[in-house]
Design a protein around this ligand. Structure first.
Ligand code: TXA
Ligand code: MG
Length: 320
């Protein structure tokens, strides 16, 4: 029997028994456990094969619970939370003493968000503890945006995938922290910098590919398909470099009619970046399952959500 089910009460019971459930969010599916259960949190790291230095995001049902998690809330953080929650923004704030070190990887800050998915909001309301939930994929592989992606990774390791359909936004949340009360973006994501700056003014970006990153979502090669992937502004020119290979194309809005292409996915025929983003990971999963030699991805226009999409495409490539 499939472990994919819509039963919220069952999910609540499993989580209360310190076991794991994959939960739907509007960004990607998360691998969730009780933040106060050492057993559950250890199991999250083990299941994902995630290094213990990489902290988890805490999910709460409403902004009212933020004070239980964070000991200090800068005015701009409050403003952002009021504007974008429930939604695809994660705040990194000074943690309350009650938040276990295992969740924050020993840091004195904690990452927290209110996800915008009716099923998971209902689940969180039924529980008397918040949920730690990293994306429900093995460390370094593509994040899941459909229940079937999760089962393809973890069928035997978890009790239930709580079915919430396909994730609307399709890439992870945007992570914002504060250094001396100044806002800093640690991870580009499905809320654009432009939207954030409209609320709190200019923000700095620290989304670099460092060896020891502040947010390990920033590791250079992450979100990666198994198939060799190349990112380019000029798809036809890139095809020249891979003659007589099985080539898959992942493009924004253009259908390339070229005999050398084995298969192609156009992310948004009407050129809508939000639509393209919502289909990005699922399309990477699809191409990765087609026995291709190479995937050639087309670079997006470098503004708005195009920046976040380019960030993920860049991390999927070998050449970065
Ligand atoms: O959209 C999302 O954020 C999804 C859904 C499930 O909510 N979750 C997600 O979690 O992407 P994960 O674990 O794959 O990514 C969490 C990122 C990591 O890059 C981690 O390093 C960073 O958040 N992070 C967590 N706590 C942090 C902290 N205290 N300071 C800086 N970065 C932190
Ligand atoms: Mg992840």
């Amino acid at each position: 029997m499939s472990i994919i089910s819509k039963d919220i009460e069952k999910a609540a019971a499993i989580l209360s028994a310190e076991k794991l459930v994959a939960i739907p969010t509007e960004t990607v599916y998360g691998l969730a456990g009780n933040i106060f259960s050492e057993k559950a949190i250890k199991l999250i790291f083990k299941t994902k094969q995630r290094p213990l230095f990489n902290p988890l995001i805490v999910h709460i049902p409403s902004i009212e619970r933020l004070k239980d998690i964070a000991s200090h809330i800068p005015p701009k953080a409050q403003q952002l939370a009021e504007t974008f929650w429930p939604g695809s923004m994660t705040l990194v704030l000074k943690k309350q003493e009650t938040i276990p070190d295992l969740v924050t990887a020993g840091k004195d800050t904690v990452a927290v968000r209110v996800p915008n998915h009716p099923v998971t909001l209902e689940l969180l309301k039924q529980l008397d503890f918040p949920l730690a939930a990293p994306s429900a994929n093995p460390f370094g592989s593509i994040s899941p945006t459909k229940p079937e992606h999760v089962t393809s990774y973890f069928e035997d390791n978890i009790e239930q995938v709580l079915d919430g359909g396909a994730c609307k936004n399709g890439i992870e949340s945007t992570i914002i922290g504060f250094e001396n009360e100044d806002p800093i973006i640690y991870r580009l994501g499905s809320l654009s910098i432009e939207d954030i700056e409209n609320v709190i003014g200019p923000v700095n970006l620290k989304n670099k590919k460092e060896i020891k990153p502040d947010a390990p979502g920033m590791l250079a090669r992450h979100y990666a398909p198994n198939t060799r992937t190349f990112l380019t502004e000029n798809v036809l020119e890139e095809i020249e470099k891979h003659v007589s290979k099985r080539i898959g194309i992942l493009s924004f809005k253009t259908l390339f009619k070229d005999k050398r292409i084995t298969t192609q996915i156009v992310l948004s025929e009407k050129g809508d970046m939000a639509e393209a983003m919502s289909r990005l990971y699922a399309s990477m999963h699809t191409l990765d399952g087609q026995n291709l030699d190479v995937i050639i991805a087309q670079r997006f226009p470098d503004y708005d959500l195009g920046k976040s999409i380019n960030d993920r495409l860049q991390r999927a490539t070998f050449s970065s």
